[in-house]
Write a protein that binds this ligand. Structure first.
Ligand SMILES: Cc1ncc(COP(=O)(O)O)c(C=O)c1O
Length: 333
């Protein structure tokens, strides 16, 4: 029995879980040894709050409330899904929200940023160079709010830390119930990994629940060594906070880093082609920053035979739809 800390009910869960039969069939008809593919629709955790972040924010915002904070500070890229979810939920719950955004491109009021603006979050844009000193930026604003008589709660990029990780431990438990309902025991759970929290939560959750499933994060930035370190760090933080011992050496932390493409946030034409294909085949829409890259990578690896002999594969759709609208011209319609 896992004993969870305080949490707010913010996510529309359990999210749908079902088979991707047409895609599975298509890959088999190409001659690929393709296990049965399934999808976990965490893009349906909410409309404005769509995606994986709301699961983490259930625990983070509960902690912010318990600490008596009135302001949330968080950070991310200019099209951050995490910042958008924090801005929306923070506003709904009566917090002031301040976003520190890495704006490497001229910020256009589209996609996630448009929503940040609509809910009237305070936004500070920083160049990638300034953003390298993110710890100092957080410290500066934290002090600023203290001086103003406010109490700010800082959430790291992506909501990935020992508290946010609980969201994907709970998601692992939800998946375990999905598997039981369907009578399956999938060999793999695959998802996009960016700040590492989803990967840390799922990897730890499956381990705590005794699930015989390998979690694989498909990187959208950084490399394998980075994720090994980051996932380990988040799990150790969780262990320290929750006073629950964890044997890191018993965890299998697996990252595939060959599908990042040109850079974080930049995708080649193959990713847009893959987004179009899944949309027309299954009516499921991915994004070019996270899920499109992870999904494309998974399909390529299936074609190469990496998963031959596996029973079932589950793809966790972690959201990102608003990011697609910020790059819609690349779909070439
Ligand atoms: C749509 C989407 N998918 C996947 C991820 C990756 O999740 P994490 O940051 O927990 O690695 C993110 C977060 O940045 C995201 O917005």
């Amino acid at each position: 029995m896992i004993s969870y800390p305080d949490r707010l009910n913010l996510a529309q869960i359990p999210t749908p879980f079902y088979r991707l039969d047409r895609l599975t069939e298509m890959l088999r008809s190409e001659g690929a040894e393709c296990p049965q593919l399934w999808i976990k629709r965490d893009d349906q955790t909410g409309s404005l709050t769509s995606g994986n972040k709301v699961r983490k924010l259930e625990f983070l915002l509960a902690e912010a409330r318990a600490q008596g904070c009135d302001t949330l500070i968080t950070s991310g890229g200019v099209q951050s899904n995490h910042c958008r979810a924090t801005a929306v939920l923070g506003t709904q719950l009566g917090f002031k929200v301040h976003l520190l955004l890495r704006s490497d491109i001229e910020p256009q009021p589209v996609g996630n940023l448009l929503i940040d603006q609509l809910v009237d979050a305070r936004i500070s844009h920083y160049s990638p160079q300034e953003f390298r000193k993110l710890d100092l930026l957080f410290a500066h604003w934290q002090q600023h709010y203290t001086e103003q008589g406010s109490k700010a709660y800082s959430i790291p990029t992506g909501g990935s830390n020992g508290t946010g990780l609980w969201g994907y431990i709970a998601a692992a438990q939800e998946l375990q119930q999905d598997f039981q309902q369907q009578g399956i025991s999938p060999s793999y759970i695959i998802h996009a990994t960016g700040s590492g929290g989803t990967q840390a939560g799922l990897t730890l959750g499956c381990n705590l629940l005794g699930m015989d499933t390998q979690v694989e994060g498909y990187a959208v930035c950084d490399n394998n060594a980075y994720f090994k370190h980051k996932v380990t760090e988040d799990i150790l933080h969780w262990s320290e906070q929750s006073s629950m011992a964890v044997d890191i050496s018993a965890l299998s932390i697996v990252t595939e880093d060959n599908y990042i493409g040109p850079d974080y946030g930049q995708a080649g034409p193959e990713i847009f082609a893959s987004i179009k294909q899944l949309a027309s085949l299954e009516g499921v829409i991915l994004d070019p920053v996270y899920t499109g890259k992870a999904f494309y990578g998974m399909v390529e690896e299936i074609r190469k035979g990496r998963y031959a002999g596996a029973s079932d594969i589950v793809f966790v759709h972690t959201g990102g739809l608003f990011g697609l609208f910020a790059q819609q011209q690349k779909l070439n319609y």
